[in-house]
Design a protein. Structure first.
Length: 228
């Protein structure tokens, strides 16, 4: 099936057309949308096919990605992010279209009360396979640092220690992926955020009752001490 370019092309257009039709009527049919997203993710997981046809498929999916402009109006933003994640996993690259989607992640992040959810894996892939694109995009690193800070200090009703720890984890991913691109001001934001998170906790108490969030913060601070 996936080797038949014409068939897949037509089928993808039908899926995107169905989603667009739902958008125009203003009535969400979760069954249709879920099935469409499942098929699209299935397409995205076909490595050989994606390597051959990624640019064309991405162009056809742009109307779907556009839903992330206002994620408060939909309930399938995780499905869209899952599709993007699958594409990057298989292609091992971050395309221009995917960088456009990257700029919309903050809106989903805000909707989720400054929690990443499945988006943390997606951002990890962006940093792993698109570190040069991120380094060359003005404001992209500050954008990631801002989300890291907001996650680390998030106090939403549904937020727990694990959600906050994701902020420190993203800090670590940034340092591992684009260390040479960080400015002094950006380094200061990272370390001051970690210090602020830990400053009220004694070192002995921290080691005895260390959470995932605090562990990552402590390791980052100890790395800073080694550099000094």
């Amino acid at each position: 099936f996936f080797n038949d370019t014409a068939t897949t092309e037509i089928y993808t257009e039908q899926i995107v057309g169905s989603v667009r039709c739902v958008q125009e009527t203003g009535t969400w049919d979760n069954i249709i949308v879920t099935k469409c997203c499942n098929v699209l993710r299935c397409v995205a997981e076909q490595k050989v096919y994606i390597q051959m046809h990624l640019p064309k498929i991405e162009m056809e999916l742009e109307p779907l990605y556009a839903f992330l402009e206002d994620p408060g109006k939909i309930d399938f933003d995780d499905d869209i992010i899952g599709i993007v994640t699958a594409f990057i996993k298989q292609s091992k690259t971050v395309s221009e279209t995917q960088m456009k989607v990257f700029t919309l992640f903050k809106k989903v992040f805000d909707k989720q009360e400054h929690s990443f959810g499945i988006m943390l894996e997606t951002l990890n892939l962006y940093l792993a396979y698109g570190n040069q694109a991120i380094a060359n995009t003005p404001g992209a690193i500050d954008y990631l640092i801002q989300m890291s800070q907001e996650a680390l200090f998030s106090q939403g009703k549904s937020i727990n220690e694990a959600n906050q720890a994701e902020g420190a984890t993203l800090f670590q991913l940034i340092i591992q992926s684009v260390p040479e691109c960080l400015t002094i001001q950006q380094w200061d934001k990272i370390y001051s955020s970690c210090f602020e998170r830990l400053k009220s906790v004694s070192y002995t108490h921290l080691r005895a009752h260390e959470t995932g969030r605090n562990l990552v913060c402590r390791l980052l601070l100890e790395k800073k001490k080694e550099q000094i």
